[in-house]
Design a binder for this molecule. Structure first.
Ligand SMILES: [Zn+2]
Length: 157
């Protein structure tokens, strides 16, 4: 089955931009190096009780234009100019979607947005109402922020 089309990608980027501008100087994204990025991976994976063997690696993403999460290599790739907290959480939201659904969901689909919002709330202190408001304003389709919060049994699934 082909992966659903990634129809919300630009809207998601626009939403991130407006949020960052709104929050500038408060809870906006802080720069981070690879070491800090790995500690964010560790915090998020512990929160979702992901088995350590499945935690994504973090690499410098040399030669890439953008940050990204590679499904087959299970790595978050972070070129130098993309290194900040929100970017790491964005890529970890991709990781969590793939962990749970493989490639069956659109890359920036409604599940992704919900999970990313939750990471931003938990690990960057961004206000959920503000996120939902801007998302609604931009026509971003998303599931409620608490939809995928549950860790069942030993892991998140
Ligand atoms: Zn993305």
């Amino acid at each position: 089955m082909a992966r659903p089309r990634d129809s919300q990608r630009q809207r998601l980027y626009d939403w991130e931009d407006i949020l960052e501008r709104t929050l500038h100087g408060r809870t906006a994204s802080h720069p981070c190096d690879l070491h800090y990025a790995r500690s964010i991976v560790s915090m998020v994976c512990r929160h979702y009780k992901i088995d350590k063997a499945r935690w994504p690696g973090v690499t410098d993403g040399r030669s890439r234009r953008r940050a990204g999460y590679g499904y087959s290599s299970n790595t978050v790739k972070l070129p130098k100019w993309t290194r900040d907290e929100w970017t790491v959480l964005h890529e970890l939201a991709h990781f969590l979607v793939c962990y749970r659904w493989g490639l069956r969901k659109a890359s920036h689909g409604r599940e992704f947005v919900s999970i990313y919002m939750r990471l931003l709330e938990l690990f960057a202190g961004v206000d959920r109402k503000l996120m939902a408001q801007h998302a609604n304003n931009r026509g971003l389709v998303f599931d409620h922020i608490d939809t995928y919060r549950k860790v069942r049994g030993k892991t998140w699934q």
